[in-house]
Design a protein around this ligand. Structure first.
Ligand SMILES: [Zn+2]
Length: 69
């Protein structure tokens, strides 16, 4: 099942999560000071991803389906 990639949108992330707060949830806010550029729907939930995380996520899960909001 392909993962889905969206332009980063805080509203896609649940209340109280790093992604909702504008942080990179793939690396965690302590480890990563970069702004997320994409939101990914993955088997492990919604992930907010900085550009570095985008590469890591797509390496791990494969090419995403792209959704426009
Ligand atoms: Zn990051």
């Amino acid at each position: 099942m392909p993962i889905v990639k969206y332009t980063y949108d805080a509203a896609l992330h649940r209340e109280g999560t790093v992604g909702r707060r504008g942080g990179c949830s793939w690396h965690g806010q302590e480890a990563c000071a970069e702004q997320p550029t994409s939101s990914y729907e993955t088997p492990n939930g919604m992930m907010a991803a900085c550009p570095r995380a985008e590469h890591q996520i797509e390496d791990l899960y494969g090419a995403p389906a792209i959704r426009e909001q």
